[in-house]
Structures are given as structure tokens and as C-alpha cells.
Design a protein around this ligand. Structure first.
Ligand code: ATP
Length: 237
């Protein structure tokens, strides 16, 4: 059975149809990427399926229809979003930002120790900077913190919105190395990216979204070699 299945998702902002009849599913442990140009509706797919934007269609989690449930209810069922722009608390320390990510499960700091240690093992840089205000971190470190905070909620499915956005190439590599590690540990990933190259290298399957609709889909390897994807998204690099 699929962990997540989305059927005929349509997202509207007033008269604007940002996403039209998008369908896909994800098995446990799988990584799926949604690629496409700016404004194609990728973020809106995430927002629509999480109930953060007005949507129509069906969303099944473990075979149970969940669309219409509150974002908090979905969070407690293991759907955890790492939003674009990261949405950290800049005045709070790195560690307090991480702890906030775990407070959906535990209110007491001591209970979150093992999770905190797991995050610090994945991101030693966050351990070094744990007492520093989040707002003083570099862009890449803030992305690490946003992922670390999401991990504190023990996601079954981690939804990431453009984790490479605005980062230097080396930092993009570092973030993707860690996403690869999470995938190897069994975390299911739904990855929205404009950087098709890195996303298709990590993912098992991909969907190409243009103007709110799926125009291509398939195994990531096949998409990487598809002339339409190469021309529009991979360039000559
Ligand atoms: P980006 O890479 O720029 O984030 P995207 O593929 O994620 O692009 P969306 O952010 O989902 O695209 O936007 C899809 C369309 O919906 C765009 O035309 C955008 O202007 C519009 N849109 C997004 N959010 C809103 C909103 N809150 N109100 C009105 N229109 C919106």
C-alpha cells in the first residue's frame, strides 16, 4: 500500500488555478521529486495536500482519506514540511529551534535528547553552533537547521520545498548528501525543486510540473535522459 496517495489535486487562489488534477503516490522509503519552472505550482501541491491552501481532490495516508484534516493532525501522523524560506525563529538559539520541532511529541527537553543527538550527528555544524541565534547562521546552515527541526518531529514523510534555493553549489551538495543519508535510513521524501539535476540524482521517481499540470513523469533515471528534461531543466551541465 502507498504511504501517501494524492488523486486529482486542484489548488485555486481565487480565480487562479495554480494546480490542476495532479495525482501521484509514494511508497514507504521512496523519494519522489516534483520539478518544474518558477510558478509551475510545485509549492502549491505541497500546500494543497497539507491543507495549507484551499484544495480539491483526495489525499490518502496509509489508505485513509486525510484531506481536510488540520495541518497539525497531519504533522502528528508524520507528514512534516521543511518550508521554502525555512521559517526559523531567528532570535532563538539553534538548539531551541530544534527543540521546538520536537515539542509536538514531547514537552520535556530530556525526552528529546536522543533525537537531538541524532540531528547533531547528521549535522555536526549545528552542534558547534547550538547556542548561537538561528538568525546568525549562514543560508546553508539555516537550511540544515530547518531539516534538523523537521527531523525532531520524527517524520514518516519529509516534504521539502526547494532545499537548495539560494545556496552555493558546495552547500547544495552537502544538503543533498544528508538527504541521501536520510533516504538510506528509510525516510520517505517528497522533494520540490527547481534544481532538477540534484533532485533527479537523489530521487527514485520524478514528476515534471508545468503551468499547474503534470507533463511528464517516470523513474528519475529515465527523466534524466529524456531530451525534453535535458533541454528545459538540465542544460549542458
Ligand atoms: P516557485 O518555485 O516560484 O515557488 P512554484 O512552482 O512553487 O514556484 P507556486 O508557488 O505553487 O509555484 O505558485 C503557482 C502559481 O500560484 C503562481 O502563479 C503563483 O503566483 C500563484 N500563487 C501562489 N501562492 C499564491 C497565493 N497565496 N495567492 C495567489 N496566488 C498564488
Amino acid at each position: 500500500m502507498s504511504l501517501l496517495s494524492v488523486q486529482g489535486l486542484t489548488v485555486r487562489y481565487g480565480p487562479l488555478e495554480a494546480v490542476r488534477e495532479v495525482s501521484f503516490s509514494l511508497r514507504e522509503g521512496e523519494a519522489l521529486t516534483l520539478i518544474g519552472p518558477n510558478g509551475a505550482g510545485k509549492t502549491s501541491v505541497l500546500r494543497g495536500l497539507l491543507g495549507l491552501a484551499q484544495a480539491e481532490g483526495k489525499v490518502f495516508l496509509d489508505g485513509e482519506e486525510v484531506r481536510g484534516r488540520s495541518p497539525e493532525a497531519l504533522l502528528s501522523r508524520g507528514l512534516v514540511l521543511v518550508p521554502e524560506g525555512r521559517a526559523l525563529f531567528p532570535g532563538l538559539s539553534v538548539e531551541d529551534n530544534l527543540l521546538l520541532g520536537g515539542f509536538t511529541r514531547f514537552r520535556r527537553r530530556e525526552n528529546l535528547r536522543p533525537d537531538l543527538e541524532r540531528v547533531y550527528t547528521l549535522f555536526p555544524r549545528l552542534l558547534e553552533r547550538r547556542r548561537q541565534p538561528a538568525g546568525t547562521l549562514s543560508g546553508g546552515e539555516q537550511q540544515m537547521l530547518a531539516i534538523g527541526r523537521a527531523l525532531m518531529a520524527r517524520p514518516r514523510l519529509l516534504l521539502l520545498d526547494e532545499p537548495s534555493l539560494g545556496l552555493a553549489p558546495l552547500m547544495v551538495q552537502e544538503i543533498y548528501r544528508i538527504l541521501g543519508e536520510l533516504k538510506a535510513q528509510g525516510t520517505t521524501l517528497l522533494l520540490v525543486e527547481q534544481n532538477a539535476k540534484v533532485a533527479l540524482a537523489l530521487a527514485d521517481r520524478g514528476l515534471v510540473l508545468e503551468a499547474g499540470e503534470v507533463v511528464l513523469e517516470g523513474p528519475a533515471e529515465a527523466l534524466r535522459q529524456d531530451p525534453r528534461v535535458v533541454e528545459a531543466y538540465l542544460g549542458l551541465s
